[in-house]
Design a protein around this ligand. Structure first.
Ligand code: HEC
Length: 199
């Protein structure tokens, strides 16, 4: 066999092998399980490098990504909420009137509740949210079906949401004043329409 003949033979053989290899790769790359994303070659495209809203953050004071407004400042479209997280101020806020009391919007208020409250207070508002039942958050979130919450006025519930209550932190800075009132409506809806769990 001449030199060029041999080379020709070798190349033909390699082409054959390479084709088999490519077909194999094709089959391996396809995953039959649609719930499994398969192999990730460039995870940067899949996992955000930015800090998520609720994630820990070593660069921020307090270690949280989401921080409240600078003390003493108010968003341009809001007015200052002059009450702080004390039982006295809760009583002062008790007479605040709910401007959307007769305007229950289930879809909107449930969206807010699911976004900000569900994880602790649970779908029925009995304090059995997944963060608590998972054991990651040791303090029992309030059960809205108990007397303490049932007996509160809309203004008091509004105050608890905006300024916080006991160990629960303030949530007012995360949303508009009106949305806090919509959440009060949603708590009322839960109190009237979801089963009361035994203690
Ligand atoms: C990280 C968990 C957590 C989140 C999130 C949370 N809460 Fe709470 N909430 C608590 C805990 C714990 C208490 C009870 C605090 C205490 O007893 O010191 C509480 C108490 C309350 C109370 C007082 C009820 C009563 O019995 O007097 C209201 C009202 C309330 N939460 C509403 C909300 C709403 C509305 C949201 C969403 C905007 C929310 N909470 C988000 C943990 C949470």
């Amino acid at each position: 066999m001449s030199m060029s003949n041999r080379l020709h033979h070798l190349l033909k053989h390699m082409k054959y092998r390479i084709s088999i290899f490519l077909v194999l790769v094709l089959f391996i790359s396809c995953d039959r399980n649609p719930n499994h994303p398969g192999w990730t070659f460039f995870p940067d495209m899949e996992e955000s490098q930015a800090y998520e809203t609720w994630s820990e953050n070593p660069y921020m004071p307090g270690g949280k990504t989401m921080v409240g407004p600078v003390e003493g400042t108010v968003a341009t479209h809001e007015h200052a909420y002059g009450f702080v997280k004390t039982p006295e101020d809760e009583l002062r806020a008790a007479s605040l009137e709910n401007p959307v009391a007769g305007d229950f919007n289930k879809e909107h208020s449930q969206m807010l509740y699911n976004r900000y409250c569900l994880i602790c207070h649970g779908p029925d508002g009995n304090g059995q949210g997944s963060l608590f039942t998972s054991g990651k958050y040791p303090i029992p979130p309030a059960n809205f079906h108990l007397e303490r919450a049932m007996d509160k006025s809309d203004g008091q519930l509004f105050h608890n949401i905006r300024a916080g209550f006991g160990v629960m932190g303030p949530h007012g800075f995360m949303m508009s004043v009106e949305d806090s009132w919509h959440l009060v409506n949603y708590i009322r809806h839960l109190q009237q329409n979801t089963p009361v769990e035994p203690e």
